[in-house]
Design a protein around this ligand. Structure first.
Ligand SMILES: Nc1ncnc2c1ncn2[C@@H]1O[C@H](COP(=O)(O)OP(=O)(O)O)[C@@H](O)[C@H]1O
Ligand SMILES: [Mg+2]
Length: 259
């Protein structure tokens, strides 16, 4: 197993508020990792920090991808390296069809121009796999798409771009059971020995068709526990209540303890 992503002591802030507080995570090729945690724990912040969203400022620590440090790199450079992120709330773009959007994205990320016919063939293949109607390709990106259609579109984007690391931030939220099945099957088809997946989720539904190697619990900006798939069931049953956010050791508190 070779190392794909390595995050060391990552501290990230958003608008001067510390969110990630010293996070460590290593993902090897051929692994599926799941991150679960309560609302506001920093899950989307983690995804955005890996992707390089400039709104999330790294104040300490480092991010390594494929053996090279990328902590300071721009989003597009990371995309070219093979990092992909699906968004919790995808963009709607008027006037750009799904096909054109994906073709442009594929040319940009791969650095190779995509010939129209060959690309259309690839697109059709991937859409068939995901059970998407052919008319989909000609629609404007996310415009009037149902929640399920938007999510499927993200999975389509992932299978077209073939990243080395796919980060799915709550791709399962707001989906009905059938759509979750299609999404998780699509992710399953994408997954290979030479890539890796980081799934951020609230529920275990998406995990019915995906077997994670590692499950991490993220609370208050830190990974507080790492386990196997069995951890998903524990969380489903007991929630996150047993993970109390670590209290800051302030001077004031130290003095109180000495009294
Ligand atoms: N773009 C942003 N602007 C301001 N605050 C943000 C932004 N993104 C996240 N936060 C804050 O950071 C904290 C962690 O958010 P987030 O990473 O989205 O949590 P999660 O995905 O685990 O629910 C929350 O307190 C949230 O309010
Ligand atoms: Mg989130």
């Amino acid at each position: 197993m070779s190392e794909l992503l390595k995050i060391e002591n990552l501290k990230t802030q958003v608008e001067d508020k510390a969110i990630l507080k010293g996070l460590n995570l290593t993902i090897n090729r051929g692994e599926i990792h799941v991150v679960m945690g309560p609302n506001g724990a920093g899950k989307s912040t983690l995804a955005n920090s890996i992707m390089g969203n400039p709104r999330y400022e790294v104040t300490e620590g480092s991010i390594w991808f494929d053996g090279e440090e990328i902590t300071e790199e721009a989003v597009d450079e990371r995309a070219r390296r093979g990092i992909f992120m699906s968004f919790q709330s995808p963009l709607e773009i008027q006037g750009i069809t799904v096909e054109n959007f994906l073709r442009t994205a594929k040319s940009t990320v791969s650095g190779e121009p995509q010939k129209a016919l060959a690309f259309r063939k690839l697109l059709k293949e991937k859409m068939d796999e995901l059970g998407m109607d052919a008319s989909y390709a000609g629609r404007y990106l996310n415009d009037g798409f149902s929640g399920g259609e938007k999510k499927k579109n993200e999975i389509l984007q992932m299978s077209i771009l073939e990243p080395k690391l796919a980060i799915l931030d709550e791709t399962d939220s707001g989906l009905d059971v059938d759509a979750v099945k299609i999404v998780s099957e699509g992710v399953g088809k994408f997954f290979r020995e030479d890539n890796a997946i980081l799934v951020i989720t609230h529920h275990n539904k998406i995990l019915n068709n995906l077997k994670p190697d590692f499950v991490h619990i993220l609370v208050d900006g830190r990974i507080v526990e790492t386990g196997g798939p069995e951890l998903v069931e524990v969380i489903e049953r007991d929630g996150f209540g047993r993970y109390k956010p670590e209290e800051e050791e302030t001077e004031w508190k130290k003095e109180i303890k000495l009294m």
